[in-house]
Design a protein around this ligand. Structure first.
Ligand code: TPP
Length: 587
């Protein structure tokens, strides 16, 4: 065949282009697990002097690490895995990031294009499987498209409502060559998220805030994503508007500020939920009216006019009526709003909110048996880290809710938790990802004995890379949050939630072995087997000394706290109910 001399010479392989793109985008850390269909990329990764390569011990762990790296730094997290099981293992990580709007770029190996659809070894329809759990995904057919796709992927992941973008890269595309350059700028007419809020809408919002007698800001993860915490704080302080946050918004407004009503929703502060019930003007800012917040939709904020401020037009009016939509970048909108709002007063309203706060602070009863209360562990960790540059990650369950309640959230990007998907197993890999992004910070993971067993293998990554994370296991011998719901709604039948050998259902057919401890695994041995320091704490008097020892030591630490087994999370608005149905105490 005659060579077309008008074509530029082929100069680099698809695999090389991947690594060049990472370097161009300023990526410094890559979470990557190898396999047959991605080896060409790994060969190139090994040549890069600038990349810090992290080998998780399970692809799910790697995806959560990349996600939390992004949450902690604001820069996109990158993970690379092989085809088939490598790709399916990151699905939970992608879904977690997608629900919480976290920027990630995932690159998956794929069988050669000629084999696609043949049930080839380690073939999976990665694009099909991940389409519903990514912001966007690409199947690369032609290596000449790859430079453009990479530029687009990083752009789409980090703009608008951020999210994970996946690039599926067949083996033959990795080894094919092209001289196609990286495009200078991103150009896709179908993707132009608005940045500036419409001036008329912004002016109208200012009028509504100025006219309100009982205004409330309801702030979510969008404020964190937009780096708009300072803008929100300035606005709330000028207009004297109380601020309640979602779980994802924790830290976007300092909880030490008297205007803070802390967390809203199912396990939120009673004051925040009462304010929601009584306010006459609700401004939702980067929040998506999750059902854990709205409860019974028909009774949500019944007296309020509702404004939605969000970068994502799809979020406007999705579940809750909207009287005023303001679409655009939250920081830009709040900054434009600041000169338009009047210095507020709202003395009566603020006094009312303060009275609600004083009447029902987050609190807990002591253990009847004198055991350690899990909330006390978190309160102590909070006290010991005040004034320090500390980041907390959590798992999912009671440990997560108590962390929302008993940590004082002062700054954005310091509380990393799987909000939307509620992914157990997130906490430990998240701590590792966060520590890689923020090497100076004290990173503490709060987890349950159930969640710890979902990604415990990643401890070795922390140890190997000298990432001195501190893992606090609140061992209540239960899948505690589910146990609580069983007590509440299933007549106390603990179906498969009691993790001791003696507490299992007859159907599980477990004969307790008297030569073994009733509870397995031994977390201390498990931690030590991975090279971490570890200590079991069962006396309340030892909680503070143990935390101090771990926090002041440069090693990876696992502290297992043997806590009151059936401590509950209160307050609680049962699912589908409204704030008036709040349960203050179960017993
Ligand atoms: C991957 C995954 N599987 C199942 C669940 C359902 N779930 C939510 S909380 C919970 C119990 C968590 O138990 P544990 O980790 O011991 O924490 P605790 O609630 O006791 O603090 C379960 C099973 C989940 N959120 N994520």
């Amino acid at each position: 065949m005659k060579k077309d001399s008008s074509l530029p010479p082929a100069t680099r392989t698809g695999a090389r282009i991947i690594v060049e793109a990472l370097e161009r985008m300023g990526v410094d850390t890559v979470f990557a697990y190898p396999g047959g269909q991605i080896l060409d990329v790994f060969d190139e990764l090994a040549k890069s002097p600038d990349l810090h390569l992290i080998l998780p011990r399970h692809e799910q762990g790697g995806a959560h690490m990349a996600d939390a790296y992004a949450r902690a730094t604001g820069r996109p997290g990158v993970c690379i895995v092989t085809s088939g099981p490598g790709a399916t293992n990151i699905v939970t990580g992608l879904a977690t990031a997608n629900m919480d709007g976290i920027p990630m770029v995932a690159i998956t190996g794929q069988v050669a294009t000629a084999l696609v659809g043949n049930d080839a070894f380690q073939e999976a329809d990665t694009c099909g499987i991940t389409r519903p759990v990514t912001k966007h995904n690409y199947f690369v057919r032609n290596v000449a498209d790859l430079p453009r796709i990479l530029v687009e992927a990083f752009h789409i992941a980090t703009t608008g409502k951020p999210g994970p973008v996946l690039i599926d890269l067949p083996k033959d595309v990795q080894i094919s060559k092209t001289s196609e350059p990286f495009p200078e700028k991103f150009d896709r007419p179908g993707y132009r998220p608005s940045v500036e809020g419409h001036p008329k809408m912004v002016a109208r919002l200012a009028q509504m805030i100025n006219a309100a007698k009982r205004p409330l800001f309801y702030a979510g993860g969008g404020v964190v994503a937009a780096d708009a915490s300072e803008a929100l704080t300035a606005l709330a302080r000028k207009a004297r508007v109380p601020v309640a946050t979602t779980l994802m918004g924790l830290g976007c407004f300092p909880e030490s500020d008297p205007l803070s009503l802390r967390m809203i929703g199912m396990h939120g502060l009673i004051a925040a939920n009462r304010a929601l019930d009584e306010c006459d003007m609700l401004v939702s800012i980067g929040a998506r009216f999750d059902d854990r917040v709205t409860g019974k939709v028909s009774e949500f904020a019944p007296r309020a006019r509702v404004a939605h401020v969000d970068i994502d037009p799809a979020a406007i009016g999705k579940t809750i009526r909207c009287d005023l939509p303001v679409v655009g970048d939250i920081r830009s909108i709040l900054t434009d709003l600041l000169p338009l709002v009047r210095e507020g007063d709202h003395a009566d309203w603020l006094a009312q909110c303060a009275a609600w706060k004083a009447a029902d602070p987050f609190s807990f009863d002591p253990s009847p048996a004198g055991a350690i209360m899990p909330q006390a562990v978190i309160e102590t960790a909070d006290r010991l880290t005040r004034g320090r540059d500390a980041i907390f990650t959590t798992d999912v369950g009671q440990n997560q809710m108590w962390s929302c309640q008993f940590l004082t959230h002062e700054r954005p990007r310091t509380f990393l938790s799987s909000g939307g998907l509620g992914t157990m197993g997130f906490g430990l890999p998240a701590a590792i990802g966060a520590q890689l992004g923020r090497s100076d910070a004290l990173v503490v993971c709060i987890t349950g004995d159930g969640g710890m067993q979902m990604n415990a293998q990643e401890l070795v990554v922390a140890v190997e890379h000298r990432l001195p994370v501190k893992v606090l296991i609140l061992n209540n011998t239960y899948l505690g949050n589910v146990r609580l719901w069983q007590d509440l709604m299933y007549h106390g039948v603990h179906s498969m939630t009691h993790l001791t050998q003696s507490g299992r259902l007859p159907q599980e057919r477990i004969e307790p072995d008297p030569t073994l401890p009733d509870y397995l695994p031994d977390f201390i041995k498990l931690a030590e087997a991975h090279g971490a320091r570890a200590r079991r704490v069962s006396d309340p008097a030892d909680v503070e000394p143990a935390l101090r020892e771990a926090f002041d030591d440069p090693h990876v630490w696992v502290l297992e706290f043997i806590v009151e087994p059936e401590a509950d999370i209160t307050p609680m608005i049962p699912p589908g109910h409204s704030p008036k149905d709040v349960i203050r105490r179960f017993k």
